[in-house]
Design a protein around this ligand. Structure first.
Ligand SMILES: C[S@@+](CC[C@H](N)C(=O)[O-])C[C@H]1O[C@@H](n2cnc3c(N)ncnc32)[C@H](O)[C@@H]1O
Length: 446
């Protein structure tokens, strides 16, 4: 039950913190007749939650008469949460007098407080003094502040590009060629979603590189151009896991390469915004036995668990726009028909059995592609796999009403894609095209 002011006053003993908090929480809406002096003693209470509630209630009054009170608590309070609430209280006063104070607060060391001061200044952003102050922090060391100031001072340009459109010559096409050459032929702003499992460093015949740095450079080249061709604010999901390169002899140790971790900062530097890490969990029986030695000797330091996970790293092409903007580009019918009804994954751990193929040694399970396509694209979108192997992504895409675009360097896998897609009922969809790089060049028009 809420404690009222008269109950607090009538107490013989000092009220407990719990009682004070109950009173402050119960105040609710405050009108202009409210006597703020009741709150002032609590601004100096030694419990920070009580100070926070007191300043929050003062904020509700939106009364410029409390400017000095809020400013002096901001100056002295040791708690960053309370100080930030003071800045919010000042912002809510929405009077000219707060402008110089909030501009000074832009120098605060705590980015949360600076962001709050920016919010308070935004109603005045057309005033010259505020324009200059925001311009001055455009290159603030904190990345979130930089982003907010950029959005507020130069809002995203209106685009006349059609976000939903899929270029005709990219619809349901498989190109037999090096993805680096294929990407050069794709115009920017073409792809809605990419999902791929790249060749793992020196783990298979099709993935031999002179050095790990050269391997990472190769992936970076592909993912940089992928960024260019991806539509604004759309997703790229990268499936990798650390790989082990066996030892060169009994005298040497094997080497484990943390591919997802090493490529991550390169992707972020290119502009890919990190969104999520999803763990693909496989049954223990599907893992190579690494724990065998330990089972025998049980010696610390020589522990090597069986690996039953891979990563799906989720990135989004950087944009000043929210996901809502992307969704709003679709008509009602597309949104309705693409909604994920029924079962869905509640966590970032997806338990899926691996799949095998007679021709390709490392294929995606179709269930994995289905989930990625459903969660990260809309019907009639274009989904792309730059390292498409046996073409599992295309199978899922067709089943789920999306267009696909694939590239694969090896002819034997390119032929395998043809075979696998033939198994599908293709009468209602645009017939897949299988082309080499030169034929693809001939198809391009814009
Ligand atoms: C891990 S596999 C992908 C398997 C695929 N996810 C599937 O479901 O079958 C990687 C593929 O990338 C191909 N690849 C390697 N380098 C390439 C390049 N430069 N351009 C296009 N494909 C390449 C390999 O031939 C291999 O089939």
């Amino acid at each position: 039950m809420t404690v009222t002011l008269s109950q607090l006053d009538s107490k013989k003993n000092e009220p407990t913190d719990k009682e004070i908090k109950s009173f402050l929480n119960g105040i609710g809406r405050i009108d202009s007749n409210f006597d703020g002096n009741i709150l002032k003693p609590y601004l100096h209470h030694n419990n920070k939650d009580i100070r926070l509630l007191a300043i929050k209630n003062i904020g509700k009054m939106k009364n410029i008469g409390y400017l000095n009170t809020a400013k002096s608590i901001y100056d002295k309070d040791p708690s960053s949460t309370v100080r930030r609430e003071c800045v919010s209280t000042i912002g809510r006063m929405k009077s000219e007098e707060i402008i110089p104070i909030l501009i000074k607060i832009l120098d605060d060391n705590d980015p949360k407080i600076v962001l709050q001061a920016i919010r308070g200044l935004l109603p005045f952003k057309n005033r010259e003094i505020v324009k200059i102050a925001l311009e001055n922090i455009k290159n603030h060391p904190n990345e979130i502040i930089q982003e907010v100031v950029n959005i507020e001072t130069s809002p995203p340009k209106r685009t006349n590009k059609n976000h939903v459109e899929v270029r005709d010559f990219l619809q349901n096409v498989v190109v037999n060629g090096d993805v680096r050459e294929v990407l050069k032929l794709i115009p920017e702003d073409s792809i809605h979603l990419s999902f791929t499992s790249p060749p793992y460093y020196n783990a298979r015949d099709y993935s031999i590189y002179k050095s790990y740095q050269k391997y990472l450079n190769f992936l970076s080249e592909v993912f940089k151009d992928l960024y260019r061709v991806t539509k604004e604010g759309r997703f790229f999901i990268l499936n990798t896991s650390p790989v082990i390169v066996p030892r060169a002899g009994r005298k040497y140790s094997s080497k484990r390469y943390g591919i997802p971790f090493d490529i991550h900062s390169r992707l972020v530097d290119m502009g890919w915004e990190f969104v999520d890490d999803i763990i693909w969990l496989k049954p223990e029986g599907s893992a190579k036995n690494r724990i065998g030695g330990f089972v025998q000797h049980r010696k610390p330091l020589a522990y090597k668990p069986n690996i039953v996970t891979e990563y799906l790293m989720v990135y989004r092409k950087n944009t000043g726009r929210l996901i809502d903007w992307n969704i709003k580009q679709y008509d009602k019918e597309s949104v309705e028909s693409s909604r994920i009804l029924g079962e869905y994954d509640h966590t970032n751990v997806w338990e899926i059995n691996p799949d095998y193929d007679d021709v390709h040694p490392a294929i995606f399970p179709e269930e994995l592609c289905d989930k990625v396509i459903k969660y990260y694209s809309y019907k009639k979108d274009l989904v792309f796999d730059p390292f498409s192997g046996s073409g599992t992504l295309a199978k899922s895409a067709l089943k789920l009403g999306r267009y696909f675009f694939l590239s694969e360097i090896q002819e034997k896998y390119f032929n395998r894609i043809k075979e696998r897609l033939k198994e599908l009922p293709l009468d209602k969809i645009k017939k897949p095209k299988f082309v080499d790089l030169n034929q693809f060049k001939g198809e391009i028009h814009d």
